[in-house]
Design a binder for this molecule. Sequence first.
Ligand code: GZL
Length: 315
Amino acid sequence: MHLAKTFRYLFIALSISLAATVLPAKQLKVGFAQTGAESAWRTANSESMKSEAKKRGIDLKFSDGQGKQENQIRAVRSFITQRVDAIVIAPIVETGWEPVLREARRAKIPVIITDRTIQTTDDSLFVCFIGSDFLEEGRLAAAWLAKAVNGKGRIVELQGTPGSAPANDRRKAFAEAIATFPNLKIIDSQSGDFRRSGGKEVMEAFLKKHGRNIDIVYAHNDDMALGAVQAIEAAGLKPGTDIKIIAIDAIREGVQAVADGRINCVVECNPLFGSKVYDTIEAILAGKKVPKKVFNKDELFDHTNAAAALPTRQY
Ligand code: GZL
């Protein structure tokens, strides 16, 4: 009797392992609610998520939010209906996410927040955050600037999308850091919505309003800084010389502008984290514990290192 039982268990074990080898592993289905296509940074981030999914044979349901939170929320609901294995959200703004995150939790679908953080009183609504530390970026920008201008100058600020974590945090950390320099002041601040056209239009308005009383531009991303460069040149001034410019993202065009002296400093905000996101999803689905918050490593580029960095820039 004992022998028959052993043979039976052996047969079951063998057929399970055989099934595992011949049946293809279930294809992972991931829903990604992207903010939109507002900047070169965003394009690089979307490309990183799409190309890495293709490389891994992941079925990526990609939704372009076109800059509207309601589109992202609609996409998340559709991912729930499609019963995806995991949902990734790059939340365009910080608030308004709890209802749809509760629906995902009821459906037992893990949610990963990437790129921009959200405000919530219940952080069990998402498994983890993967992105950059915008407060640190704001502090790095302020520290570099204060040194470069000896703590003196009149700053105009080009803010990112209203209500977004990068705009809120980059503004807050930068303002706190320059507060220790009484002669370094923000004289005007307006949103260019992270768009190059927005940076150009706002800078044109600032130049009209303040004339030559602008010493520095602090732009929350390179695209708006590059728009400001266009406006400054159109006004017959030399960007990087007559008006110092500092920005955040370090897209290739921004690093090139630093190497050319038209922008003085860019703080990196690396968008290429598709691989990290899928590694995390695979770990979560395998039942492993993952860190609640993972910050990407970011560098800073100015006239001392921008030219040398260009050949290896990946976005
Ligand atoms: C930062 C990201 C910001 C970039 C902008 O992680 O959310 O949005 O700085 C992009 O270029 O539009």
